[in-house]
Design a protein around this ligand. Structure first.
Ligand code: FES
Ligand SMILES: [Fe+2]
Length: 361
């Protein structure tokens, strides 16, 4: 299937949005899985789950079962979590082990992925145990996150992240000190790209997020696009004693990043949150929000964590309604494509260009 109906143009003043059928035709998701989700770094869990030799973590990328293990030599590996015998899932959850043992017939695999043993297999012809190995794929960590890419080839994680690690440090957010605090899932009745589009512009903030609008200096809000990510500069307005305001650190900035295709980072001086956007179907999307705080803000009497979560929840509920409305509109027989604000929607345009690039590659 070849995606159709979108003519990419680098000139935002002439660009259109992606055609509606890219969001409502179920066939697009299959193509997106193979050409986008398998070819990009996907956040699959927390780095501290595999901090020590022998640690393993079972995870998946859009239904593809994986296991990340740290070998005896300290090297991190990601393997297919599918047994080479008759395809059972091997590892579940997380833990520590010396070898991975399939729960079906007991084949065991070393932490390097090689088959170590299989009961009662004498006499099998044209089969060489030493050549049996769980397929491996690239795995990397950054701060509290663990990333895997299903297809080999493509840029290393550091190249994809570009200047993000340096900018986070400059803001005062020390990623290596952050500890996982809480996860919250939201289910949306919309295509995953509708949610991403919504994240990528501040254009809707004055109308749709009154609480957030109070916090931000909207006139200085801007989006900068890079090769594989965009950064959203959203300066916080001075509080001037307003008790309603969440952020009072005058002049402090927040950094928002979107990393192609489905990972978002919201970085504040005192915390970080990530959003992972996972398609469950062409019109069903799971968004996973996770919060990370430095240890001193995880103390039970700290109100910072609680206030941050409540504020985020308010914005998310507003966004869900917007996104589900858009999905309904995209199904209309009267709508195909729209146009973009040159001043405010360059991030959306950048995403659409990347979508086209990957889907037609
Ligand atoms: S399926 Fe794994 S040992 Fe049989
Ligand atoms: Fe929003």
């Amino acid at each position: 299937m070849q995606p159709s109906g979108y003519t990419p143009t680098p000139d935002l003043s002439r660009a259109t949005t992606l055609p509606a059928h890219w969001y409502v035709d179920p066939e697009y998701l299959d193509v997106e899985k193979q050409r986008i989700f398998w070819r990009t770094w996907q956040a699959v869990g927390h780095a501290d789950a595999v901090a020590h030799a022998g640690d393993y973590l079972a995870c998946e990328v859009l239904g593809e079962p994986l296991v990340v293990v740290r070998g005896e030599d300290g090297v991190l590996h990601a393997f297919s979590n599918v047994c080479r015998h008759r395809a059972s899932i091997i590892a579940e959850g997380q833990g520590t082990c010396r070898a991975l043992r399939c729960p079906y017939h007991g084949w065991t695999y070393g932490l390097d992925g090689r088959l170590l043993g299989q009961p009662e297999f004498e006499g099998v012809q044209y089969w060489d145990r030493s050549s049996v190995c769980l397929p491996a794929m690239p795995v990397e960590t950054w701060g509290p996150f663990l990333f895997v890419r299903l297809d080999p080839g493509g840029p290393p994680l550091a190249e994809v992240l570009g200047d993000i690690p340096r900018e986070a440090r400059r803001l005062g957010c020390d990623l290596d000190r952050l500890r996982f605090y809480q996860r919250k899932d939201y289910l949306l009745n919309c295509n995953w790209k509708v949610y991403v589009d919504n994240y990528l512009e501040g254009y809707h903030v004055p109308v749709a997020h009154p609480g957030l609008f109070r916090e931000l200096d909207y006139s200085r809000y801007r989006v900068e696009t890079h090769r594989y990510y965009s950064s959203h500069y959203a300066p916080i307005r001075p509080a001037q004693g307003d008790p309603e305001r969440r952020y009072t650190s005058d002049g402090a900035a927040a950094l928002y990043y979107w990393i192609f295709p489905n990972f978002m980072l919201n970085i504040y001086p005192d915390n970080l949150s990530s959003n992972i956007i996972l398609p469950l179907g062409h019109d069903r999307t799971l968004t996973i929000f996770e919060w990370f705080f430095p240890p001193e803000h995880l103390a039970p009497d700290s109100g910072v964590a609680r206030r941050t979560l409540a504020f985020s929840d308010e914005i998310q509920i507003e966004d869900i309604k917007l996104c589900e409305n858009v999905q309904r509109g995209l199904r209309s027989r009267t709508y195909d494509t729209g146009r973009l604000s040159v001043k405010r929607e360059n991030g959306v345009h950048h995403f659409h260009m990347l979508m086209h690039e990957f889907l037609t590659a």
